[in-house]
Design a protein around this ligand. Structure first.
Ligand SMILES: Nc1nc2c(ncn2[C@@H]2O[C@H](COP(=O)(O)OP(=O)(O)OP(=O)(O)O)[C@@H](O)[C@H]2O)c(=O)[nH]1
Ligand SMILES: [Mg+2]
Length: 308
């Protein structure tokens, strides 16, 4: 399936929600008036763009209507898609350094998709012929280590583990030595999302970063934050919280398939323009991790424009 079709399939529910909303606007004689534009804005808010991003999108649409003196339905919808894509920004990919160890540190609240994404990435890079290693640095729950183990078997990437309750930084320490011994290209570190307190969680992540800085100063370390798209505007506060507490290099929006409202990607891009959305989770399977493509995304989120 093409990239566009993958996004179209994942975002089907949101697209239908928006199409149905637009149908109910009953755009009079194919032209938008002020009231219909206001309703379109509300529809975007409900599709999880939230108020600031929806306002921004519609300001751009209204400006285009004025400057081009065109309020035809097709024109408005085309400008809507363009505005969404503009806010999502250019395509940004997760890039690995070719000549040294890459460390990908997966962080995020519990259930946001860290372990699943770690597994999908291990599989992706393994298929590209890279030497991949997994580190089970979520030692908080026994089940977490077992869950990563399944992905280790599936991807063929060896996993470094300690017992439940061990110090996650110690796991990372060992994983870095193992990565050196095996001349690994990529070390993927799964971390815990659930600890007694937020302070503990952030302190633990900071400690892991310190160990990496000390033991692998030459490695390229990228901290990737997973955000569960089904949590709606909550994902925004998580993104803010993590980016304040730790350096976050990129975002992974998970669960964009299913019951999420895809507009959250636009809200995130508008609120945190300095942190790129790099990847999209479009399902639970091994193949369901895609590079985030703003153009395919905008086209999949909104109804296909009619010709004319
Ligand atoms: N539909 C869908 N489900 C996903 C996606 N990514 C993860 N999941 C599911 O979401 C659930 C939680 O994912 P995990 O990878 O365990 O999340 P986590 O962040 O590691 O969670 P903790 O270890 O508890 O902090 C699992 O059932 C996954 O299969 C996705 O892109 N789409
Ligand atoms: Mg996990």
């Amino acid at each position: 399936m093409s990239l566009l079709n993958r996004f179209r399939k994942g975002l089907e529910k949101t697209r239908n929600f928006i199409s149905e909303g637009i149908r109910q606007l009953q755009v009079a004689l194919g032209h938008y008036d002020e009231e219909m534009l206001d309703e379109l804005e509300m529809l975007l808010v409900q599709a999880d763009l939230g108020v600031p991003a929806a306002t921004q999108v519609m300001d751009r649409v209204r400006a285009a209507i004025r400057s081009e003196r065109n309020d035809r339905e097709d024109f408005v919808h085309a400008r809507l898609a363009a505005a969404v894509q503009e806010i999502l920004g250019p395509k940004r990919e997760l890039r690995l350094a070719p000549d040294r160890l890459n460390i990908l540190l997966l962080v995020g609240v519990n259930g946001s998709g860290k372990t699943t994404t770690a597994g999908k990435l291990a599989l992706r890079y393994g298929r590209e012929g890279k030497r991949v290693l997994l580190a089970a640095a979520d030692t908080f729950r026994a089940a977490a280590i077992e869950q990563l183990e399944v992905w280790s078997e599936r991807s063929g990437a060896p996993m470094i583990r300690h017992a439940t309750g061990a110090d996650p930084a110690a796991v990372v320490f060992d994983a870095i030595s193992a990565a050196r011994a095996r001349s690994a290209d990529v070390l993927i570190v799964d971390t815990a999302g659930r600890l007694q307190t937020k302070q503990n969680l952030m302190a633990e992540l900071a400690k892991i970063r310190r160990i990496i800085g000390r033991e692998a100063p030459d490695a390229l370390c990228q901290t990737l934050l997973t955000l569960d798209a089904t949590t709606g505007q909550n994902a925004l506060s998580q993104a803010r919280l993590f980016s304040e507490a730790a350096e976050v290099n990129g975002l992974i929006l998970t669960k964009l398939d299913g019951n999420s409202k895809g507009g959250i990607a636009v809200a995130v891009a508008w609120t945190l323009p300095e942190i790129p959305i790099l990847l999209a989770g479009l399902g639970e399977g091994a193949e369901d991790l895609m590079d985030f493509d703003p153009e395919a995304f905008a086209r999949s989120l909104l109804p296909e424009p009619r010709n004319g």
